[in-house]
Design a protein around this ligand. Structure first.
Ligand code: GGG
Length: 360
């Protein structure tokens, strides 16, 4: 018998529904490993980092945390954000610390329309819709440059600055990623999104780099669209989209809009990739910790399970990734749905159905 390929996964469920959906995703991975008859296995190390950890220790992650997981094959992440910690502390202390520390510069967020899920877009009933938001994940509006000062002035005299940072290296690498991705798709098109009419330095640099990079991809159609116009396009002409590349903040907002148009934020998967593989990549649902439904067993596990699929693809298990996607589609088509998409099923019901549907 040939040797089992073992993958080391660092699991960080973190906050709220993150804990429930990571549990669901790990069950799916377990089922696939069991069915592989020893071809592959997952060694999962779970870490308790998150907002509760911060409440106990004053840290979102241990100081040596990144070092302890830097040699894992991948990170499987839940969600960050809870009422006991200010949002900017929890986001910077954990998710951004890992994304930026491990140079996961490409955040890939597919917008998938699933059978059996009602989209708020009437057009989705009879039009094939499918696009990917590629989010620049290392700089831009999330560079973290700025400060607050003059709090001692009388009255309301404090000031704050927050600078976006755009570099040619950062722009070029995410654009090349987007163009290479477009080449793998039926509709070979990249839409670049900025607000360069108002943000005349960083985003004009982005536009200039986009024009330069596009020359190397003459087979790929391009367009440059302002973010306000792109928001309208997501709703009014989404059939025109294939790969949408945008800065950190713009892509975050657009991908939430895309997930909502597909039916729910709970459906959307994402991959934070370090394409050079110098560091582990991190896979997580697009959604946050959802305090309003956390702990009730009714959150939608599809986004997290889809993210596990993206992780398998990254680990070289492309067939298993396709099996997860097919199982998600079959489950949704059969009407086993959580309340956010109009059903009455629990997180566990949907997870079990997806596992049952993994079989060919
Ligand atoms: N699983 C994604 C997650 O936890 N998101 C929390 C959040 O607030 N993210 C903001 C961002 O990534 O820009």
């Amino acid at each position: 018998m040939s040797q089992t390929t073992r993958f080391r996964i660092a699991s960080i469920p973190a906050d709220g529904v993150g804990i429930e959906v990571v549990t669901a995703g790990l069950k799916v991975l377990d089922a696939l490993a069991s069915a592989s008859h020893g071809a592959f296995a997952f060694d999962v190390d779970e870490f308790p980092w998150g907002s509760d950890y911060y409440a106990k220790t004053g840290k979102m992650i241990d100081d040596d945390g990144p070092d302890r997981i830097k040699d894992h094959d991948a990170i499987y992440f839940g969600a960050v954000g809870w009422e006991n910690v200010p949002d900017h502390i929890s986001l910077w202390g954990l998710r951004l610390r890992l994304c930026q520390g491990f140079d996961q510069w490409a955040n890939v967020r597919p917008v998938h329309f699933l059978p059996g899920i009602t989209s708020p877009l009437r057009k989705a009933d009879d039009t094939e819709l499918d696009w990917v938001v590629v989010r620049e994940n290392s700089e831009g509006e999330y560079a973290g440059f700025g400060g607050r000062n003059f709090g001692g002035r009388d009255g309301r005299g404090e000031i704050a600055t927050q600078s976006a940072v755009f570099t040619e290296v950062g722009c070029e690498r995410i654009m090349r990623y987007a163009f290479d991705l477009a080449r793998t798709r039926g509709n070979k098109k990249v839409s670049s999104v900025t607000k360069s009419n108002a943000q005349q330095y960083g985003m004009v640099l982005w536009d200039d780099v986009f024009k330069r990079v596009a020359v190397d991809y003459p087979d790929v159609e391009t367009e440059s669209v302002l973010v306000d116009a792109m928001s309208a396009k997501f709703v009014l002409k989404p059939e025109d989209l294939s790969v949408v590349v945008a800065s950190n903040l713009n892509a975050d907002i657009l991908s939430d809009l895309g997930s909502a148009l597909a039916g729910s934020l709970g459906l959307a998967a994402s991959a934070n990739l370090n394409p050079e593989r110098r560091f582990p990549s991190m896979f997580e649902p697009v959604h946050g910790s959802a305090p309003d439904i956390a702990g009730q067993g009714i959150c939608n596990p599809v986004g997290a399970i889809g993210s596990a699929g993206l992780m398998l693809d990254h680990l070289g298990l492309a067939d298993e990734a396709k099996r997860i996607q097919r199982a998600i589609e079959r489950t949704c088509a059969s009407g086993i749905l959580t309340p956010d998409v109009g059903g009455t099923a629990t997180t566990q019901d949907v997870t079990s159905a997806i596992i049952d549907n993994l079989a060919d």
